[in-house]
Design a protein around this ligand. Structure first.
Ligand SMILES: C[S@@+](CC[C@H](N)C(=O)[O-])C[C@H]1O[C@@H](n2cnc3c(N)ncnc32)[C@H](O)[C@@H]1O
Length: 274
């Protein structure tokens, strides 16, 4: 009898606030049939990237810890798996590792710390204080999946022809050319005064940033890129993307402080192509 090796379609290896797994059934049918390089400059957990598996891609994010993690998954996945096996799901251990300065660690230990905190922290919510230090409390999960070798190896394979960039979305997009596909998934325009609690980086994404992003959407349109953007269903979004295809879709939001507010929410998908 032949036992086939267990293979897996790549998927996000992190839980990420605003992750797009729940919206894939709306996003995938709206992607262009053909394109050159795939750009995702607010990559977060990378749900659309892993699902599409493009031949060539540029992934960026302003969160340096996150991009270090992608780089280690890309180049040193076996060392990472070995390191992840050593962690303990214990409150005192959690707070000691949370307090460690990531810049003093090797790239592998730094990525391992990041994945450990992501798997064991409250709600998988990446939140930093004004000094940029991770400050989410311990999640008290009975049996969190700290090390998932199958998912990590599949992600590593998917990342092989991918450029990984730390920084503002604008830098990575300087490389985009005619025929490339750009998916923009910025921090959303808040729909209520309570929905602005997601802090992935020290800097907030303000209304002026949303306006600049809409200008970048127009610049990319002028040079001939296919551009798709997701955001909340908000009057500002409709104003900024007037003239483009704006679809109203329903998404299930998984990260909300209040469990009763985790129902479907209206979101916008904007495209510069039909
Ligand atoms: C809505 S999340 C993206 C979620 C992702 N599509 C997924 O499926 O998990 C937004 C991401 O944008 C990043 N970000 C915030 N401001 C940014 C900026 N100015 N440039 C690049 N990335 C930024 C955050 O660190 C966060 O990972």
């Amino acid at each position: 009898m032949t036992i086939l090796a267990k293979t897996q379609t790549p998927r996000p290896f992190l839980k990420w606030a605003g992750g797009k797994t729940q919206l894939l059934s709306e996003l995938l049918p709206r992607t262009p049939e053909e394109f050159g390089v795939y750009f995702e400059p607010f990559v977060g957990g990378g749900a659309l990237f892993f699902s599409l598996q493009p031949d060539r891609a540029v992934l960026a994010d302003a969160n340096a810890e996150l991009i270090n993690c992608y780089q280690v998954v890309q180049t040193s996945v076996e060392d990472l798996i070995e390191d992840l096996m050593l962690h303990e799901n214990d409150e005192a251990y959690y707070y000691a590792l949370r307090a460690a300065d990531p810049s003093a660690l090797s790239p592998v230990s730094r990525a391992s710390r990041f994945i450990y905190l992501n798997r064991t922290c409250f709600n998988g919510l990446y939140r930093v204080n004004s000094q940029g230090q991770f400050n989410t409390p311990f999640g008290r999960y009975r049996n969190p999946r700290i090390c998932d070798p199958v998912t990590l190896r599949a992600a590593s394979e998917a990342l092989q022809n991918t450029a990984l960039v730390v920084g503002d979305y604008g830098g990575a997009l300087q490389e985009a050319r005619k025929g490339d596909f750009v998916y923009l998934d910025p921090p959303y325009v808040p729909v209520s005064k309570y929905s602005d609690f997601k802090r992935y980086t020290r800097e907030q994404f303000r209304e002026s940033d949303q306006r600049e992003l809409a200008q970048e959407f127009r610049r990319l349109t002028e040079i001939g890129c296919h551009v798709m953007l997701s955001n909340s269903w908000h009057p500002l979004v409709k104003e900024l993307y007037e003239g483009f295809q704006i679809d109203l879709v329903e998404a299930r939001r998984l990260v909300n402080c209040d469990a009763s507010k985790r129902g479907p929410v209206a979101e916008a998908i904007v495209r510069n192509y039909g």
